[in-house]
Design a protein around this ligand. Sequence first.
Ligand SMILES: NC(=O)c1ccc[n+]([C@@H]2O[C@H](COP(=O)([O-])OP(=O)(O)OC[C@H]3O[C@@H](n4cnc5c(N)ncnc54)[C@H](OP(=O)(O)O)[C@@H]3O)[C@@H](O)[C@H]2O)c1
Length: 317
Amino acid sequence: MRVLVTGATGFVGSHLLAQLRDAGIVVRAFARPTSHTSRAEALGAEVVRGSLLDADDVRRAYEDVDAVVHAAGGGLALEPSAIFRANTETTATLVRCAPPTLRRFVLVSSLAAHGPSRPGKPATEEEPDAPRSVYGESKLEAERHADALSCPVTILRPPALYGEGEHRMDPLLDAARRGVIPMVHPGGTMSLLSGPDCAAAIVKALTTEHPSGRYYVAEPAPITRATMARTLGRRVGRPDVRVIALPPATLRAAAALAELRARMGAPLVLTRDKVRDVLCRHQACDPSRAMRELDWHPKDSFIATGRPDRNQEGAAE
Ligand SMILES: NC(=O)c1ccc[n+]([C@@H]2O[C@H](COP(=O)([O-])OP(=O)(O)OC[C@H]3O[C@@H](n4cnc5c(N)ncnc54)[C@H](OP(=O)(O)O)[C@@H]3O)[C@@H](O)[C@H]2O)c1
């Protein structure tokens, strides 16, 4: 099987390429002209370059391809149009150019496409979606484009991801090292998933017979944000870390400031749109359907990353 993988140079993509190689699946990685592809090449992928908004580039990339994993995308941008371009318009081009011989299209969407979950009730695939962020809307619209394909379509909705190569939790780790993590809704619940387990779900989506549809992929047990913070504290050798409630207005103001700084040339680290998702008190989902129909079982546990015997970072300090 030859699979066209977008987003191969990202966090999920790098874990995915390693697992596809181990499964004996041939990978063609679609990269931007500016993408750093040395790791993808080292993992055995054939790299083709182009724009996912250019139909000719995409048609060329589709040659002799059996399936697609569309993992390119993201939500950290100053303009909503850039978020829609990365998630929705790229999907629309891939859908428009898909050859009739395509055997499966796997879209890496997000729990953000659903929006907040209800207290004590992790989201299931049957519940209606009400995204709160532009990012979530862009993913939901991408899903609708994918639904229009005539081949089988698997839409995976991971929650926040963690693991080697994912740096979005770094500010929280820094705060943990200082001994205090400010956090909105510390009693709120969230699902998490490791990068390798997310990649494993994608591999299962390519190799297991299953119906088209949406699948939440997450660790089975959601945790509170306070538990997440304390786990990060243990990971950096600060089991005594204090979690303090941060007023939502403070986080919104921090995001507005971060956007302003980014417009003046600083790296973009937070946006008001990201904050819209963070402010959902509960962001939990139920992976039962994926576990059952994809025969997928996550191996990692976020809480275990803070166990003393795995506390390499803390031990080094
Ligand atoms: N990380 C999470 O917590 C999380 C949670 C839920 C869902 N997701 C979704 O999972 C997917 C993979 O996420 P990730 O964490 O691996 O992201 P990442 O590390 O930021 O990597 C993003 C990948 O997408 C590519 N990309 C971004 N914008 C693009 C565009 N406009 N055109 C073409 N390629 C583009 C990047 O290429 P370059 O190398 O050229 O930049 C990179 O390969 C994304 O769709 C994301 O929305 C992520």
